[in-house]
Ligand binder design. Structure first.
Ligand SMILES: Cc1cc2nc3c(=O)[nH]c(=O)nc-3n(C[C@H](O)[C@H](O)[C@H](O)COP(=O)(O)OP(=O)(O)OC[C@H]3O[C@@H](n4cnc5c(N)ncnc54)[C@H](O)[C@@H]3O)c2cc1C
Length: 427
């Protein structure tokens, strides 16, 4: 059996944050990183927009402002971001406050999908040069912590301490690992919403603030804004029963005027927190996703605001009306009626948020604006952690979005550093 001091599962920001931090603390240890994908699959690979201000990306359950700020300083010192300039913020903030909303002013940088890929490759090369062994296209299947080894699709690997950071897509996998380890967990929170796509003229704030973070009443917020060469995409999910559904998402390439498509997209999400007797927010989300896929013939749904306001479904034929002055960037999507698929309470709060947004920045409710559904974030596994370094069982650590310790690249990186501090104590 191959044996290492440290095994890290997942080469996303949580895994990388931990690896660099471990190398910094202990030069004499052997580290193996594995990833089932050829290149990490999370947000560093998709859009790579990084936020450096608490609480963006830092769940309150695990972070105080003081602790997040401390780790963010480390993340910043390492990644050396070029913080994007902002302007006219106080004007938008005043308008928002009049409606009982707020606009958070945060430090951001945006590398784009192409820039993110270059960053991942640079960081992985650096890790290898520092002695980390990297095994891509290798998937962890199970763990035997009594005998300190994991089984992958290729072999068995022994460890002294292990970090498992499989991201949002590793949600089910992490639940299986927790069952193997006997770790108790909850998954009762999820974000459900839509992705809005429109022309930059209808949401010109993005010229002043790349990814504006608006907070509306009833836990509704804007999230992940992309503009310039911006695209809506779909992500595939498979339930344990084998049903396939898609969540929409968005990304943009690095700034380049010549490739600008003039569009902007962003999510409006409502956080939903369940209590007894519902056991799993994940299962609830899957039912919503499968329902949308059923209506859309296996595709996500889209509807123009003009049709939505009239209570009409959008159709292929009506999708090209003269008012509808741009084509959807996500082609493989079904023109439909999202109000048939979305729980009415969630839709009502989201629509109310959109109306407020249209008052703060007039234009977003132009009839041509497209609402894509569903956009669902499934990252709320909440294991019972044994300490502040995210240890779940003796010498086993979790970190990142799949484990609920972060909701973004910088939070995931910070979680990795925090876990690494506990791992060092095991060596
Ligand atoms: C399309 C998209 C766009 C996003 N855009 C942004 C953004 O612009 N800014 C932002 O801050 N956040 C963004 N996010 C969120 C961001 O991806 C996460 O917050 C962040 O990547 C979490 O880091 P992580 O290390 O926890 O997981 P990930 O980055 O998801 O990495 C987990 C890795 O583990 C691997 N893995 C999973 N299971 C196994 C297994 N069993 N064996 C081996 N390897 C495994 C996966 O292949 C993956 O590479 C985006 C997410 C998506 C999906």
């Amino acid at each position: 059996m191959d044996r290492y001091d440290v095994v890290i599962v997942g080469t996303g920001p949580a895994g990388m944050g931990a690896a660099f931090s471990l190398l910094d603390k202990r030069k004499d240890i052997s580290i193996l990183m594995i990833d089932k994908a050829p290149v990490s699959t999370g947000g560093m690979r998709n859009d790579c927009k990084m936020n450096f201000t608490f609480p963006i990306g830092f769940p309150f359950e695990y972070w105080t402002k003081e602790s997040a700020d401390r780790y963010l300083e480390e993340v910043k010192a390492f990644l050396k971001p070029d913080i994007l300039p902002k302007s006219n913020i106080s004007t938008y903030q005043t308008r928002a406050e009049k409606l009982g909303c707020s606009l958070l002013e945060i430090q951001q940088t945006h590398l784009g999908t192409d820039g993110g890929l270059r960053l991942i490759q640079k960081l992985l090369t650096e890790l290898q040069e520092k002695g980390v062994e990297l095994s891509l296209r290798e998937e962890m299947l199970s763990i035997n912590n009594e005998q300190r080894f994991i089984t992958t699709d290729l072999r068995e690997i022994g460890y002294k301490t292990i970090l498992i950071a499989p991201g949002r897509h590793g949600f089910h996998f992490l639940q299986e690992v927790m069952q193997q380890l006997g770790v108790r967990y909850m998954d009762n929170i999820l974000d459900v919403g839509i992705r809005v796509e429109t022309r930059i003229e209808h949401y010109p704030i993005v010229r002043d603030y790349y990814d504006p973070k608006f907070y509306f009443p009833e836990k509704v917020r804007t999230f992940c804004t992309n503009s310039g060469n911006a695209h809506v995409v779909k992500e595939k999910y498979v339930t344990e029963r084998g049903d396939i559904w898609y969540s929409v998402n968005g990304h943009a390439y690095a700034a380049d005027e010549s490739r600008n498509n003039g569009l902007v997209n962003f999510a409006i999400l409502k956080t939903v927190r369940f209590t007894e007797p519902l056991a799993s927010g994940q299962e609830f989300a899957e039912h919503l996703g499968v329902m949308a896929a059923l209506m859309g013939g296996g595709k996500p749904l889209m509807q123009r605001v003009g049709d939505f306001r009239m209570g009409k479904r959008s159709k292929v034929a009506t999708f090209n009306d003269d008012l509808y002055d741009f084509q959807p960037s996500l082609k493989d999507c079904c023109p439909s009626d999202i109000s048939l698929a979305m729980p009415s309470k969630i839709l009502r709060y989201i629509w109310s948020g959109m109306k407020k947004l249209d008052t703060i920045i007039p234009g977003i409710l132009h009839p041509s604006t497209i609402m894509y559904y569903p956009e669902i974030k499934l990252y709320a596994n909440k294991p019972e952690y044994k300490d502040e370094h995210f240890q779940v069982a003796d010498s086993v650590y979790f970190a990142g979005d799949g484990a609920g310790t972060s909701r973004g690249i910088t939070g995931a990186w910070a979680s990795g550093i925090r876990a690494s501090e506990g791992m060092v104590e095991h060596l």
